[in-house]
Design a binder for this molecule. Structure first.
Ligand SMILES: [Zn+2]
Length: 540
């Protein structure tokens, strides 16, 4: 079974690559591309040329349902073509994934049955914080109505914009469709928020964010301090190394900061523990953060977007989880489940927007003047602007994943039924809403059929629920204090997987997870009191 699953995984991935390449949209008339930049149009012409279509243009696709150029394309029928090409990937043709998905679901259900589990989700969730399909369904089922409510309110605003535009142009209006959302969302965003990166970045200089933001918050919370080491060899000259000193003066471990983009570096941002903490082996941890920030010209400061600032805090939250580990066996140091691993990191993001921490690091890199509050409030509001959409598209995909993997062997559909499976599953889960399709449809959902996330795509938001609950607990108990930090460190961050993650959280928090703090953080609910802040929209 494992052997068959392994080759099916490869087949699924190969089919996606092939289908994505073959589904690229050919454009005959340059005018159809209005809205795209000169460079994008040039790249589209170049892509056509390499495929032997000189004189035409090709819009290439990426793995998600919604394609990035949709937010720029003014031509509605081209938007529709691109969208439809995207969602049809892997259905029929010579890169058909319907039979592959069905076979994988079947073998997984058979494998689960060998262990006495009713389905694949029940079999795999035993290892996760959530524990059971019922717990996952309950959490997703509670989040979906709130996300949909905000999304439908936003949809009404977008529809008004469409109607007004039609009236102005004396053309017939139309009903907002999935291929229109990103385009009109961008228009509305420009109307509502009058700032861009150039206004924000001067307040976020890399070294100040690190020392006076990331390190400062950790010092206030946990009493730790950082001493840069220039004597240790590094693998690349930009990498910085710090001794992490505990409150009692003892050495806790080493933190490495590798923030700049390089040609031969993986994309994205991540944390790595090069040495895991272990009392048995007397190993102190070495934790590193790797980001991909553009390196400025020599002598120029490195100025960050708020997204990048948030990423620095996020990755440092992972690093603290590794550095504070206090366990005997190295295996138990960092091996927490997928729906727990993003908990300390997403929790640590909150300090990037904490008023006290922000006041300490968000200063103009030339004048030293503090960032105006109105500007920062706008940054947060702009992040939350599309949170209804982002949360709904993510939850839809998470529910689709559960729908496949909670099927009993006898209920698995035939390949020919896969085309209708997604809509029916979303309808049943109460999240079917055509203007917001799932982030991935089944036939190109590589996380669950070609990656390690089968029955686990929900894990991102589960971790975030724990993170926001914890954030609210801190706020209720006075925020940035040693007392709060020490409690979190001793009861959660230092424990690795020496206890059930669910128990670690519940004993710290004083009960099971609740969704309200996350809804508030993401701007999906309107608290009775003055609005306390927002959240970043999902980027999964
Ligand atoms: Zn992370």
């Amino acid at each position: 079974m494992n052997k068959e699953l392994s080759s099916l995984t490869t087949k699924f991935r190969q089919n996606i690559l092939k289908a994505t390449k073959e589904s690229a949209v050919v454009v005959d008339d340059e005018h159809e591309l209005t809205g795209l930049s000169k460079q994008q149009i040039g790249a589209a012409a170049e892509a056509a040329k390499t495929r032997g279509l000189t004189g035409k243009w090709i819009v290439t696709l990426q793995n998600t349902t919604i394609q990035p150029p949709l937010e720029q394309m003014k031509n509605r029928s081209l938007r529709e073509r691109v969208f439809k090409a995207s969602v049809a990937r892997g259905q029929g043709g010579d890169a058909d994934n319907t039979a592959v998905a069905v076979r994988m679901a079947t073998v997984r259900a058979q494998k689960a049955a060998l262990f006495g589990a009713p389905n694949w989700a029940a079999y795999t969730l035993v290892e996760e914080t959530a524990g059971t399909p019922a717990a996952v369904n309950d959490m997703l089922g509670k989040l979906a109505p709130a996300a949909l409510k905000k999304a439908k309110k936003d949809a009404a605003d977008l529809q008004k914009l469409i109607d007004a535009e039609a009236k102005k142009k004396h053309t017939a209006s139309f009903k907002l469709a999935a291929w229109d959302w990103a385009f009109y969302e961008q228009q509305l965003r420009k109307q509502r928020f009058h700032f861009d990166d150039a206004d924000v970045k001067p307040y976020f200089e890399l070294n100040r964010v690190l020392q006076d933001g990331v390190f400062y918050a950790a010092g206030q919370l946990y009493g730790i301090s950082f001493k840069e080491r220039k004597d240790l060899p590094v693998y690349q000259e930009d990498v910085r190394v710090f001794d992490v000193i505990d409150a009692d003066g003892s050495n806790l471990g080493i933190f490495m900061a590798d923030y700049y983009k390089r040609d031969n570096k993986n994309g994205g941002a991540w944390m790595n523990t090069y040495v895991s903490q272990s009392d048995l082996l007397n190993h102190k941890p070495v934790a590193a953060n790797h980001l991909n920030i553009n390196k400025p010209a020599p002598g120029e400061p490195t100025l960050l977007t708020f997204e990048e600032v948030t990423t620095m805090f996020h990755e440092f939250g992972h690093a603290l989880h590794g550095l504070f580990s206090k366990v005997k066996y190295p295996q138990l140091s960092m091996s927490v489940p997928r729906d727990f691993v993003e908990y300390p990191s997403q929790f640590n993001e909150m300090w990037a927007r904490d008023p006290k921490v922000l006041a300490n690091f968000a200063k103009h890199h030339v004048t030293g003047v503090a960032m105006p509050k109105a500007l920062f409030d706008n940054v947060i509001a702009a992040q939350n602007f599309n949170s209804g959409y982002a949360t709904t598209e993510y939850l839809s995909a998470a529910m689709l994943d559960q729908s496949w993997h909670q099927l009993a062997l006898s209920d698995i559909p035939q390949a020919a039924q896969v085309a209708g499976f997604d809509d029916a599953a979303l309808e049943k889960a109460g999240i079917f809403y055509p203007p917001i399709p799932p982030r991935y449809h089944s036939t190109y959902f590589s996380h669950i059929f070609a990656g390690g996330y089968s029955a686990a795509y929900y894990a991102y938001i589960w971790s975030e629920v724990l993170a926001r609950d914890t954030g609210q607990w801190f706020t209720r108990h006075g925020g940035l204090t040693r007392e709060n930090g020490d409690k979190f460190r001793s009861e959660v961050l230092s424990r690795g997987r020496t206890r059930e993650p669910r128990v670690l959280f519940e004993e710290f928090y004083g009960g099971p997870p609740t969704i309200e703090p996350l809804l508030e953080y993401k701007g999906l609910s309107t608290p009775a009191a003055k609005h306390g802040g927002g959240g970043r929209t999902s980027t999964k």
